[in-house]
Structures are given as C-alpha cells and as structure tokens.
Design a protein around this ligand. Structure first.
Ligand code: FES
Ligand code: FES
Length: 159
C-alpha cells in the first residue's frame, strides 16, 4: 500500500506518495526527475547512486524511501550554492577527473562525505575511503588529485 513521505531535498521540502519499500534512487530519478543520481549495478557495489542523507553518504539503490522520512537529502544537483559550484565539482573539472562522467556524482558525494570526516586526507586515506566507488573509465589518479585540491580549497575557505 502506498504511503506519503516528507523529506528535505536539496533545501526544499518534498512530499512523495509511493510504496514504502521502493528504493530512494527510483523516487529521485523517476518521480522527482533528479537524474544526476545514477543507476549502475543496483546492488550496492559501485557507489554511482550515492546521495547524502543527513550528511552521510548512502547508496540510494539500497535505501527504502520510508527510511528517508523527515531527513535531509542532498543529491549532486543540490551541492552547488546559488549557482556557485562546490569546490569538489570545480576540482573534478580542473583535473579532468572524469571521462564518461557516469560515476562522477557518486564520486563527488562520496568525497564530500570523506572531507566532512577527514578534511585533510592523505592519498592513502582517500584511496581507502573511496574503495567502494568504481570508475569504469579508470580515472582514479585524477580523482585522487581532485579530492586533494578540493580539500585545500575548502581549508582556505575555513581559515
Ligand atoms: S547503483 Fe547503487 S551501488 Fe551501484
Ligand atoms: S568517468 Fe566513466 S565511469 Fe568514471
């Protein structure tokens, strides 16, 4: 049976009526037309569907919509601030840290989660933290560089 859920999505309250067991990924992509969140493996192995829920990285393909009720969700579309790209988005462009771009939204949100917990990670820490995020194009070295650059930019913004 369908139920109604309310949550904050990229700063705005949204209300959806759907099956409670439906995965958040499909609510975002199909119902709310936010296609930045990608569907790849659908089984929790690739990170392409990552979103932030209350600032924690979550695999939306594994996250029933009923669990999002009352929470704050950030997708890649919500990371910019009044049209100004987030330092991670800028750094990914600067370093060409993508090829096809399919993994990029999940990579950026995963990296965002990392930098919230560890604002100045070493390369090794980045590799470990990003282990669950797969890039079929093999842009890993540039992704690491981009995350390091974003960390420096964010450090400068804090001081
Ligand atoms: S699509 Fe969710 S982890 Fe791969
Ligand atoms: S840039 Fe193509 S999958 Fe990562």
């Amino acid at each position: 049976m369908e139920k109604t859920f309310n949550f904050n999505l990229n700063g705005k309250t949204v209300r959806v009526t759907t099956s409670p067991e439906r995965m958040l990924l499909w609510v975002l992509r199909s119902d709310l037309e936010l296609t930045g969140t990608k569907y790849s493996c659908g089984e929790g192995f690739c990170g392409a569907c990552t979103v932030l829920i209350n600032d924690e990285a979550v695999l939306s393909c594994q996250y029933p919509v009923q669990e999002v009720n009352g929470k704050e969700v950030t997708t890649i579309e919500g990371l910019q601030d009044n049209g100004k790209l987030h330092p991670l988005q800028t750094a990914f462009m600067l370093h060409n840290a993508l090829q096809c771009g399919f993994c990029t939204p999940g990579m950026i949100l995963g990296a965002h989660n990392l930098l919230l917990k560890n604002p100045q990670p070493t390369s090794k820490e980045i590799v470990e933290a990003m282990e669950g995020y797969l890039c079929r194009c093999g842009s890993y070295n540039r992704i690491i560089e981009a995350i390091q650059t974003a960390a420096q930019t964010m450090k400068g913004q804090r001081s």
